[in-house]
Design a protein around this ligand. Sequence first.
Ligand code: B12
Ligand code: SF4
Length: 446
Amino acid sequence: MRIEMVCPAAEDSAHLRSLAVATLASLTPDDVELSLRDDIVRRLDPATDLDYGADLAAITVSTKTALRAYELAAAYRQHGVKVVMGGIHPSAVPDEALEHCDAVVVGEAEGLWEQVVADARRGALQRLYRHSAWPDFSHPPRPKRDIFPSRGYMPVQTVQTSRGCPFVCDFCSVTPFMGRTVRRRDPEDVAREVATLGRGWVMFADDNIVGYGEASRALFRALRPVRRTWFGQASLQGIKDDETLRLMFASGCRSLFVGFESVSRGTLVACGKRQNDPRDYIDAVHRLHDHGISVWASFVFGFDEDTPDVFEATVEVARKAGVIMASFCILTPYPGTPLHTRLKQEGRLFEDRWWLHERRDGYPFFRPKGMSTEQLFEGWQQTWKSFYSGSSLLDRFRHAPRTSFFATMAFLPLNIFQRRLTAEKIIGGNRFFVRDSAAHTSAPRA
Ligand code: B12
Ligand code: SF4
């Protein structure tokens, strides 16, 4: 039996190996012949690049890649190849996905994929596969990374140590699809996996790598002897404790992507991100910087409580805090989230299934409450411009922590890239800026 794994890409997908694909590969019986087609490494041409002799195409799909996934699925099906889809998007809207494929796996593959393969082998694929309980994640199978070509990716390996999140931010897909109970791996098992990875950075694909008290500290202690440099994502809970931060640095952490989301406490309470308190932001960033950990901040605009003054207020906090980098997003109603349901009920979505339409990058998918749609869009553009202005860059560089690798070595190249992104993509409207830049900088073609 031959299975082709497929990673569709959006115009700004990061050049990373998909952990979903590596996980599926590890769950696939040894007698199945596996191939991989990765749109990220090279944009796939359905006329020449797909294996229509395969028995099954397995496509991993997020909302951003749904349109492309449906296009590739159509090509396989036209050639008589059965298609199964999984990932966060088909898990949220399985009925929509089933219009484009033969079977959908809702939720995590562990415990279901084996059944899909067995059914496909005897020509009896079911339409829908889903769990009745969250699968155990204490000792997951080791992702099979040799399925990826050796070139074409960033020198970063992703590793996941936990699934689920105890919080219920209304714009987020994680809690609805991975649950409120955090399922953690055995720290020693994580350390053993990290030790097998080659050179390069490790990125933890956890939503919150710190914030679980002793459990987080146990992970950092286990990682320490492996001596690998890593970065991850975090919310603010859990970074108040100096001992945890010391351990985190000692375990190799050099940068955190932190979801601050808003500088307004009222907004944070309303959207459910109660663990963030804007009064702590500047101290929190300085504390991390003092421990040698750079902060890449993320903010979101368009919440119901946001008024036009939110843009300037946000830039001011980000500049004062001296974050190394910041991303500013317009609130996006992903399917299956409470936000999507509410905006739909209130009749504020321009299109219910906005992901099926190509449109200008960044333009809001809904009517905001505290300002006009144009004000939201233009305010978002101005925020990028202001945060990546020459004066902001110099100011942040002057105050950047010298203890941090990112601050000293990567500050200027990263910020210069973000300035170009601001000019060409955010302001200039070139959606393909990231893809075009990657094509020029990462010569490899598989
Ligand atoms: C790491 C990560 C990233 C990384 C790297 C992603 C990568 N390419 O590896 C980076 C930082 C680049 C990133 C970027 C973005 N991300 Co992100 N990311 C994540 C995160 C934290 C983990 C993803 C992961 O690697 N999981 C580990 C693997 C093993 O799990 P998995 O993919 O879910 O796969 C399992 C199942 O879904 C299933 N499965 C998956 N595919 C398939 C296929 C088949 C055939 C089958 C049977 C099963 C199956 O089996 C797997 C094993 O159980 C998730 C949150 C989360 N907890 O999932 C958000 C998440 C996926 N990201 C999200 C978003 C919104 C983004 C951005 C749009 C953010 C932004 N504003 O720019 C961009 C997208 C850019 C783009 N063009 O695609 C949303 C997606 C929501 C949605 N409905 O699509 C999530 C869910 C976070 C959230 N808070 O809601 N992200
Ligand atoms: S935004 Fe972060 S903290 Fe909030 S529910 Fe999602 S993963 Fe959890």
